[in-house]
Design a protein around this ligand. Structure first.
Ligand SMILES: [Zn+2]
Length: 153
């Protein structure tokens, strides 16, 4: 009963988002978590949480093959900007992984680029046979500044 009015911690919120995304995506992995954390950053930096009728547009650029493309489902479940509702536009890239979040009224934008070193570390661990789930939770707890380059505009 006492816990009812307590605000969920960032850790708890992230856990719920991860469970949501896993249900949607079909499995859990580090790149799905990267997408979730990108979407979560946009939510924290660009708009007040829980606010309705947000005009957000996302432009994602990444290699369009798994596991990298798993990021898209993380972005879609957290921001509700999807390929289907045309609020998410996707472009293929060779290596770069970037999501550009553009909010209207008030006009604000955020560009999140995944640190190339992290991508290399993760792909190396996957090829060495580390479990996707283990890497997913490791990625969930990684400090933002190790994982991303964040540019606010
Ligand atoms: Zn996946």
């Amino acid at each position: 009963m006492l816990g009812r009015l307590r605000m969920p911690s960032e850790e708890e919120k992230l856990k719920l988002l991860i469970e949501d995304a896993e249900r949607f995506h079909g499995h859990l992995g580090p790149f799905l978590v990267i997408g979730i954390r990108m979407g979560r950053l946009a939510e924290k930096i660009l708009f007040v949480e829980g606010k309705k009728n947000i005009k957000l547009q996302v432009y994602a650029k990444l290699p369009l093959l798994t596991p990298f493309s798993c990021i898209l489902d993380g972005i879609q479940t957290t921001t509700k900007c999807t390929v289907g509702n045309q609020k998410l536009k996707v472009e293929n890239s060779q290596k770069e992984i970037t999501a550009h979040f553009i909010l209207q009224k008030p006009d604000k934008s955020l560009k999140v680029t995944v640190n190339q070193k992290m991508i290399e570390e993760l792909t190396e661990k996957i090829s060495k046979g580390f479990s996707n789930e283990e890497l997913a939770w490791e990625t969930a707890h990684m400090p933002e500044n190790r994982l991303f380059i964040i540019e606010k505009q």
